[in-house]
Design a binder for this molecule. Structure first.
Ligand code: NAG
Ligand code: NAG
Ligand code: NAG
Ligand code: NAG
Ligand code: NAG
Ligand code: NAG
Ligand code: NAG
Ligand code: NAG
Length: 877
């Protein structure tokens, strides 16, 4: 019983597996041929008959291994469960796609022949052949552009002349804007403009100008499709250039239908190309030969040829493998349904691309202009620039010897065969070309590293970080020019001797002559600049700031006076002076002594003694005598309380002052600088700062400029670190209450350098930043790449890359960073002689006064004795 069950289950398993994976292709190779009767209409019966005969003959002759069962259907809604190997369909576009969705489920190979204007099925799982009468293929061409993702457009502007009939225009529009099942292919919104065809050259120019100048490109985008004849083509290209519509951000696809495969090089048609354009051409290379084959049946037969050839090859291959291995092994390694489909598909595609002849007369050549950076390619340093365009303001460069890039070929049977991308510069930027750039040493923007023999080995700095990123994103390499390489006609001094302003002027001149594509150096963005250059968007914004000498510690000679303010000291002095007489009066008037019959002699009986007593009490030294009367005692007692409070406050405060050094109040803003009358500052004549201050009407800056010393400009140039401040001015800042005004960045470098040199922190940076100065790189005026560079710099700004790079070049925080550097001493201050000098000074003063008084007393005494002697003498006589 158990044995039986086992056998049945085993048998079922085997049967199931055999059903899922047909062992050899030949075992049941069958193909469904769907000829949609509705689609073919009257042609149905003849086509069916001819195809049947053809396939019968074909299998007999070509299929050397195994056989194939062909099932014919007359509508597309067939059941695919019958284990077909492949489906061949001739049906409408809609039916083909719905059939495709079902063959996909069953992992079947579909090769379909369908009407024109049908998006092709995905080429990795099916083959689509669209059949069109010659001359009707343009819409299909655009559809294929879209499905092959040759451009990534959201909108397009179609400009056409009479080449395109109204019916064709609507088909082209539809093929660009229709929804496609594939989600990766967005539909393009299309605007159509028609140009009248004028035979007269002048009228044609006028007509083209009329249409182009009115295009609202801001709203409808800058992707142009021009479907025109050759004579309009050149007019259109020229007009587009003159209207500045053919630039790096715009894409022009010219479709030229009246060219001919035998008309010779397409290059003749295109008059010239300019730097920075994105131009692609689609030329009609149709050859209306007598031997051209065409027609539905031709395609059908060709597809069957391809299939039978693929099947034959696959069968042969499987036989060969199966013959070498055992049955069990074959079970394990034989191809799955999907693998078989892919093998067949690849073989068929190869067959078609190599051997197809149907409709081979119709073909379109796709070319692209390789314009970006072409002028700089292999150019010597000698400028051969710039042949001005018709408009004076914009110098655009004509590229003399540029070949068109071969992009691909289109033919009806399998659409495009691309060898390159349609818009090479949109996809690949400069395509690895070498661009010359000018630079010079100017840290931290550009740092040129020299080896010991003086040749430059490496480049770094913020601008090189930016340019390297730019080069990576836009796919170019850089060739460095130094200003002393290009100064052939300027001067005979070497670059090292040149002042910074000379170098920057040289660089600007070289750029305006177009000797380099970009100057990698910082230039202040000025409104009245050299006409030959254009600034990029600012790479950095540099605020101005100033440094002054670091606030010094105040003298400690009078430290012992500091705990009390002047008025406190005055009050205290008055109190001492007043308390003496007060005590005397109270003591004197008190009737106590009479009542007790005591004498008032000695002690506090004189004002002099009272004063000394009060003073002594202030210093907490008790006098020898105290009043006996309560009134007097109360006066003395309350004085003691006052003394207690005063002394405690004083000593407490004194400790604090001993511990915390006291500093001058730092000047950190422009207003404070203006308020403190003692400071001076200077501004370079003709500098950016002076101009900005002059233009400002804020009262603060007006008086700031008025009080500044204006120095003549010597060597100082925007952007150069070393130029601005000599040692002289630094010493002035250190010792003479001078404020040095400059970029905050530059001041930081200066402070750092001085700290390293002297190992002290002599300077303090102001807190306030004022008058931002923007610095940018420069390109030749009208350079087509300004927009490209700006876009990239903008992107780097927004990603925070530039700020990050710049911070890496800034001086590191060091101990001089903080404005006041008192903190380190606070916790650990030992009282030294400097702190105590004041008390010794007082002691000395006391001695001095005491000796003076001693002298006076001695003199007084001598006088008194002499007077006595004089009085006595007459008595002796
Ligand atoms: C392409 O050129 C051929 C031969 O010159 C012409 O018959 C055909 O109409 C052209 N195609 C289009 C779309 O104009
Ligand atoms: C098209 O195919 C035929 C037959 O193979 C051939 O004679 C003809 O030269 C081909 N035409 C083109 C333009 O390739
Ligand atoms: C263009 O420049 C040339 C020479 O520099 C000058 O003679 C001509 O007047 C300019 N044309 C215009 C339209 O500015
Ligand atoms: C740079 O250009 C070359 C030449 O066209 C291209 O092969 C390469 O893919 C491009 N690289 C990038 C990152 O686009
Ligand atoms: C410096 O670099 C140059 C060029 O790379 C090289 O020829 C020279 O030998 C180098 N000198 C030293 C001292 O490394
Ligand atoms: C070259 O230098 C000399 C002396 O330094 C000077 O007199 C001469 O004018 C310079 N030549 C040029 C072309 O600048
Ligand atoms: C380039 O500079 C010229 C004058 O030097 C100016 O007229 C033009 O507007 C600038 N272009 C851009 C894009 O800023
Ligand atoms: C105080 O200063 C002395 C010498 O200047 C040093 O050795 C000691 O570590 C300091 N103590 C503290 C707590 O900072």
């Amino acid at each position: 019983m158990i044995l039986w069950t086992f056998l049945i289950v085993f048998g079922l398993l085997r049967y199931g597996r055999a059903e899922d994976f047909p062992s050899l292709i030949t075992a049941n190779a069958s193909i469904a041929v769907v000829l949609d009767q509705q689609f073919l209409g009257e042609d149905y019966q003849p086509v069916l008959d001819q195809l049947k005969d053809y396939i019968k003959e074909l299998t007999r002759v070509e299929l050397k291994h195994g056989g194939v069962n062909v099932h014919y259907f007359s509508w597309t809604a067939i059941s695919l469960k019958k284990g077909f190997l492949a489906v061949f369909s001739v049906a409408s576009c809609e039916d083909t796609w719905s059939l495709f969705s079902r063959t996909e489920e069953e992992q079947l190979l579909l090769f379909a022949l369908t009407e024109v204007d049908c998006p092709r099925l995905p080429s990795d799982s099916a083959i689509t052949v669209t059949f069109a009468d010659p001359g009707q293929e343009l819409p299909q061409l655009f559809l294929d552009f879209r499905t092959r993702k040759a451009f990534h457009w959201k909108s397009a502007i179609i400009l056409h002349d009479d080449t395109l009939s109204r019916d064709m225009v609507s088909r082209v529009v539809k093929s660009l804007s229709s929804e496609i099942n594939d989600e990766d292919v967005p539909s393009v919104s299309v605007t159509v403009y028609k140009m009248r065809h004028e035979v007269n050259e002048y009228l044609r120019r006028k007509e083209v100008h009329r249409v182009l100048s009115k295009l609202p490109v801001k709203y409808i985008g800058e992707n142009f499709v021009a479907i025109v004849t050759t004579d309009v083509l050149s007019t259109l290209m020229e007009t587009a250039r003159n209207l500045l519509m053919s630039h790096t951000q715009a894409q022009w696809l010219y479709v030229v239908s009246d060219t001919h495969s035998r008309a010779g090089s397409m290059r003749n048609v295109i008059s010239d190309m300019y730097e920075g354009e994105n131009i692609a051409y689609v030329f009609n290379a149709t050859d209306n030969d007598e031997e051209c084959k065409n027609g539905l049946l031709c395609y059908a037969q060709e597809l069957m040829d391809a299939f039978i050839s693929a099947l034959d090859a696959a069968v042969q291959e499987e036989f060969d493998v199966a013959a070498q291995v055992s049955d069990e092994e074959w079970e394990a390694i034989r191809p799955t349904k999907l693998q078989r489909r892919d093998t067949l598909l690849r073989h068929m595609q190869q067959f078609i691309s190599l051997k197809s002849v149907c409709g081979n007369c119709t073909s379109w050549q796709v070319k692209a202009g390789d314009t970006w950076g072409a002028t700089y390619r292999g150019r010597s340093l000698e400028p051969n620039m710039p042949k001005g365009n018709k408009k004076n303001g914009t110098k655009r460069t004509d590229i003399n010897h540029t070949e068109l890039l071969h992009v691909g070929v289109w033919r009806p049977i399998d659409g495009f065969k691309f060898d390159d991308v349609l818009f090479p510069h949109v996809e690949h930027g400069f395509r690895g070309k070498e661009l010359p750039i000018i630079t010079y040493h100017n840290p931290p923007w550009t740092i040129l590293h020299q080896n010991t023999s003086g040749s430059i080995t490496n480049y770094s700095g913020l601008l090189f970080d930016i340019v390297n990123q730019l080069a990576k994103n836009k796919n170019f390499t850089i060739r460095i020019l130094l200003p002393d390489n290009i100064r052939h006609n300027n001067s005979n001094e070497t670059a090292r001797d040149m002042s910074a302003s000379t170098i920057s002027m040289l660089t600007m001149t070289a750029i305006s002559k177009g000797q380099a594509a970009l100057a990698v150096a910082v230039f202040t963005v000025l409104s009245d600049h050299n006409q030959g250059i254009n600034y990029t968007i600012p790479v950095s914004t540099q605020p101005y700031s100033f440094i002054i000498a670091r606030p010094r510690e105040m003298s400690r000679a009078l430290l012992f006076l500091l705990p009390f303010t002047t008025d406190t000291w005055l009050c205290l002095g008055f109190a001492v002076i007043l308390m003496g007489p007060m005590l005397y009066v109270v003591h004197r008037l008190s009737p106590y002594y009479e009542a007790m019959e005591m004498s008032r002699e000695g002690g506090l009986s004189t004002i002099h003694n009272c004063l000394w007593y009060i003073y002594g009490a202030l210093l907490q030294q008790g006098g020898m005598y105290l009043p006996r009367a309560d009134s007097g005692r109360l006066v003395v007692g309350t004085w003691w309380i006052v003394v207690l409070v005063v002394v405690t406050t004083y000593s407490g405060n004194l400790v604090a002052f001993l511990t915390f050094p006291k500093f001058e109040i730092p000047v950190t803003t422009v207003s404070e600088l203006l308020e403190s009358k003692s400071y001076t500052w200077s501004i370079k004549q003709g500098s950016f700062l002076e101009t900005q201050l002059k233009n400002s009407d804020e009262p603060k800056y007006v008086s700031f400029l008025k009080r500044a010393e204006v120095t003549s400009a010597t060597g100082g140039v925007e952007g150069n670190m070393a130029a601005s401040s000599g040692a002289g001015i630094l010493n002035r800042v250190r010792h003479n209450r001078h404020a040095l005004i400059d970029w905050k960045l530059r001041l930081r470098y200066l402070m750092r350098a001085e700290t390293l040199k002297t190992d002290t922190c002599d300077f303090a940076l102001s807190k306030e930043e004022f008058m931002d100065e923007q610095v940018a790189m420069i390109v030749p005026a009208g350079s087509p790449y300004l927009a490209v560079i700006n876009k990239e710099i903008n992107r780097m700004h927004r990603a925070g890359l530039i700020a990050k790079w710049l911070s890496a070049y800034l001086p590191k925080r060091d101990r001089c960073w903080k404005t006041s550097a008192a903190a380190q001493e606070v916790s650990n201050h030992t009282v030294n002689l400097r702190d105590m000098q004041g008390s010794f000074f007082v002691l000395f003063l006391g001695f001095f006064i005491a000796s003076t008084i001693l002298l006076l007393e001695w003199i007084y005494n001598r006088r008194k004795k002499m007077v006595e002697q004089i009085v006595i003498k007459p008595y002796m006589e």
